[in-house]
Structures are given as C-alpha cells and as structure tokens.
Design a protein around this ligand. Structure first.
Ligand SMILES: *[C@@H]1O[C@H](CO)[C@@H](O)[C@H](O)[C@H]1NC(C)=O
Length: 352
C-alpha cells in the first residue's frame, strides 16, 4: 500500500549524521503491517549488511527472511492489533473498487488506524532507546523501500518440478491475490467460480492460498501453496500469465519479467495500478467483487491467445532492464551517495 516507485530503491531517508560511507550505521524502520513490504525491505537490509554496513532494523511483523548480519528488533503488536488489521482488509475487500480515487480514499481512511499502530511501534521503549540514546549514532535512517532482484533465486523443488511439468505449448499461470487478502476475505462463491474456470484450463496453475486444509478444490493442474517466492516464479519461462490483485510489488515484478497480467484489484492503490496496466496494454482487469465464470474465462483466454499483451509487456521489460546500474547497485550507490554528501540536501524536496 505505501508508496513504491519502480525499482528506485528507497523513498524517505530521514536523519543523517555523516561519517564515511564504508561500514556506516544504518537504521531501517520497517514497521509496515503488510508482509509483502517486509520481504522487500529485508532483502534491502541484507544487501546493505553484505556490503559491510552495520544494519539495524525495527519491524512489527516477524520477517520472512533474516540475514544473520542484520540486527533485528521486533516490536510485536498484541494479537488484537493483528486481528484488527485483518478486519480492515476484510472490510476493504468488500467495497466496490471500480473507482480508483474512491478506492484510495477508502484505503486511507481504513489505514489510518494501521498507521497509528506503526507510530506506536516507533514510540516503543525498545525503539526509543535506539534514537534517544546519545551513544547511538546512525549515519542513515531508511523508512520504506522497494526494489526488484537482479537475478532470480532457484525455486523450491516442488514448484520447479511443477512448472517444468507444464507443456511448452500451454505453459503455466501464477495466481496470487497478495499477502493481505486472505481466503476468508473473498466470497466463497467467487472462489468456487474461480476454481471452476481454473481447473478446466490446459495450463498448470500455481495458486497462492493460505489455508491448505481447506482449498478451493482438487485438480491435477493446480498446485496450492501458502507462501511463494513471487519474483522467482514470475521469472520462470513457463509462466505465461499472472493473475494478480495488482499490488505495486507484483505489477512491478511482472513488468520486469515481461509477463502479461489479469488484474483482480481489491483495495487501496490496486484499482489504480490495474487501470494503468490495462492502459499500457499489459493485460486486462476484472472486478473481484462481481467476478463471473464467463468473463473470467474469456479474459484469461484473450490474454493467453492474443499476442498483443505479451508483446507490449515484453517491450516494456526490455526497456526496464536496460539501465546502467542494477537495482542492487543502485541501492548501494545512493545509500553511499547520501551518506557521503551529508544527507544530500540538494536532492531533498523543498516542499517537504
Ligand atoms: C551496530 O549498531 C547497533 C545499533 O546502533 C549498535 O548497538 C552496535 O554497537 C553497532 N555495531 C558496530 C560494530 O558498530
């Protein structure tokens, strides 16, 4: 939900007390309540730690990956807070999101309390000790982040095997509605309609689904999995279509890997992202709230069979990849740059 810019790796660099950029003390305030943000932020922390910086990160959620060289401080939300964030998402998932501006406004209203909780994390004594203690000295504070990996990591074996079992003619589809929308947020008859269409496709389908005890139905062409290396799956050559809630992260990754999309936006910036990708010719969009089998099937076939979507997103992908520095190098370059130039006041927005 929070602001992401295409692969420009970081957004808000707050306090700066400069020393040399080698082995700088860096504090990451990664308090987002959305697990997908944390994946990206932790991979950024890993890159900075691997290049010799002393990186400390504060998180509200348990990070899905934690590099041994990264100092980690977790301020756990109490269970009620965690539940109420789920309830916010459930509520937003029920709203009509056909108007992108209204959807953004609803999300901002709903997320006000989530932002309040993120602020509580920063006010927690454990975190205050970091920034109020006079002995602590950070060269750079990073808040929020976004980036795409340069090279995919190897896939888990079961996923690699499943994708390799897809025929070269038909290929495979990746379906994910993101990390915030849970199975129970979607109407059960919508899930049934999706299953009826998906299970009859010739393609192999990887379907991100949280509750493996209670899946939408069994079918030989479907592999359900709970947590998936989305970027690595999208990189796989067999993937022909990404059915997505159109979160900024997933759309960016699909653009990078040149995979056409069918968007089923749910809340927040998603309807706006979906409208943009349709305008750019990278795919189509349907409302999840009013999803019907016929249009779902027709849209899938249209994207798979009409080469124009693939062509448009592949052309974008080749532009996107053609840059002087990789995402990793861009991150390291700008972190060092900002530290070297004592906060780089000349790049800060005058309106801020
Ligand atoms: C790394 O940063 C943490 C948090 O500020 C600090 O406690 C620790 O002493 C630092 N380690 C080094 C080697 O500077």
């Amino acid at each position: 939900m929070a602001v992401h810019s295409n692969s420009i790796p970081f957004l808000l660099i707050l306090a700066l007390v400069a020393s040399g950029s080698q082995g700088a003390n860096i504090l990451g305030l990664f308090t987002s309540l959305s697990p997908s943000h944390l994946v990206i932020q932790m991979s950024m922390a890993k890159i900075l730690a691997e290049s010799g910086h002393n990186v400390t990160v504060v998180t509200a959620l348990k990070p899905p990956l934690l590099h041994p060289a990264v100092n980690h401080i977790q301020v756990t939300l109490d269970e009620a807070d965690g539940k109420s964030f789920g309830a916010l998402v459930a509520d937003m998932a029920k709203r009509d999101t056909s108007n992108a501006v209204i959807s953004m406004l609803v999300a901002m209203g709903s997320l006000t309390s989530a932002f309040g909780k993120m602020a509580d994390v920063l006010r927690h004594q454990k975190v205050k000790d970091l920034y109020e203690h006079t002995d602590n000295h950070f060269d750079l504070v990073i808040w929020e982040a976004s980036m795409v990996k340069d090279q995919p990591d190897p896939l888990p074996e079961n996923i690699e095997d499943f994708l390799n079992s897809a025929s070269s003619d038909d290929g495979a589809i990746f379906l994910s509605l993101g990390s915030n929308v849970k199975a129970e947020h979607i109407k059960s008859d919508t899930v049934q309609k999706m299953f009826n269409v998906i299970s009859k496709l010739k393609q192999k389908v990887i379907w991100k689904w949280d509750n493996l005890e209670n899946t939408p139905g069994k079918s030989e062409n479907i592999l359900y999995a709970k947590w998936l290396p989305q970027d690595d799956i999208l990189a796989h050559p067999k993937i022909r279509l990404f059915i997505t809630h159109a979160g900024k992260g997933g759309v960016t990754e699909a653009q990078y890997h040149g995979k056409p999309m069918l968007a089923l936006p749910v809340f927040g910036d998603q309807p706006g992202n979906a409208a943009a990708l349709v305008t750019q010719g990278f795919g189509l969009s349907l409302s999840l709230l009013t999803l019907e089998e016929q249009s779902f099937r027709d849209n899938i076939h249209e994207i798979l069979e009409n080469p124009k979507y693939n062509r448009a997103v592949k052309a974008f992908s080749s532009l996107y990849r053609d840059r002087p520095l990789s995402a990793r190098q861009t991150l390291l370059y700008w972190v060092d740059y900002v530290i070297r130039h004592h906060g780089a006041a000349h790049l800060q927005s005058p309106v801020y």
